[in-house]
Design a protein around this ligand. Structure first.
Ligand code: ZN
Length: 254
């Protein structure tokens, strides 16, 4: 199997404007995520930020990406619609898409979901207990029954997404909320995984178990070389059937 090409993309805002956040992720949250992924010999990992040319998401960059990982929070509105369309189309064409934490409101994800994607939230250093509820799922490989984060941002239902095709994790928070924290979606030929933990104020992406989850998710979301699309009218039948002649019928134009 050839190596999976991963691009870790970050809006790169909080690390630049907050000394406290920069102290946790001095070289940017994308660098820490990439370092975790780079421990796996099956992956080739690169990084990009919103401050680069074409917002770090050029046609060339995406063409060389098998799985795109996005962390974003504050700058969703700055991403041009044209670039959001480009990412959306690449996912439909088969690129894997991992959407982390507050990136649930990034334009490409919201479009691919077709819903508002908002949730309840509270920054209060509460404990999170993340349960693995689909224990045979590839993203759960090697994990214990649950993970605990002593301090994380609280998210709560309702999380306004379509019902996930596969739900791998559910979180509980010490304030009482619950949240669908590991959600898989199939869109076109592409696979999408949303993973909730990873607020910028906590060192979540240094954890070995979180790194394990992201590596598992990249491998699950990698493009599959399945059959090409076969859309359109009047395909040649595979069986020997009589073809009816409808040429006399009048079809209303739409
Ligand atoms: Zn957050």
């Amino acid at each position: 199997m050839s190596k999976i090409r991963v691009l870790v993309w970050n809006e790169n805002y909080h690390e630049q404007v907050s000394e406290a956040i920069a102290a946790i992720y001095p070289r940017g949250i994308h660098t820490t995520i990439a370092e975790g992924l780079s421990t796996d010999p099956d992956l080739t990992v690169s990084t990009a930020t919103m401050d680069m040319e074409e917002f770090g998401l050029s046609e060339e960059a995406l063409a060389q990406t098998d799985v795109l990982i996005v962390w974003a929070h504050h700058r969703h509105g700055e991403l041009p619609d044209e670039i959001a369309t480009r990412v959306q189309q690449r996912v439909l064409d088969g690129m894997g898409f991992l959407v982390l934490h507050s990136a649930h409101l990034c334009k490409p994800f919201v479009r691919l979901m077709g819903t508002v994607c908002r949730s309840r939230w509270r920054e209060n250093d509460e404990k999170e207990r993340l349960w693995v509820i689909e224990q045979g799922h590839p993203i759960a490989e090697g994990l214990p029954a649950y993970l605990e984060f002593e301090e994380e941002e609280t998210y709560g239902e309702r999380f306004d997404i379509p019902t996930p095709d596969e739900l791998v994790f559910i979180s509980w928070f010490s304030g009482g909320e619950v949240f669908r924290s590991g959600c898989c979606f199939y869109r076109g030929k592409g696979k999408i995984f949303y993973f909730r933990p990873g607020h910028e104020a906590y060192p979540t992406y240094y954890r070995e178990d979180v790194r394990r989850i992201l590596i598992n998710a990249v491998k699950w979301a990698r493009p599959i070389n399945g059959p090409a699309h076969a859309f359109g009218h009047h395909p040649v039948p595979l069986e020997n059937i009589r073809i009816q002649d409808h040429s006399d019928e009048i079809h209303p134009t739409l």
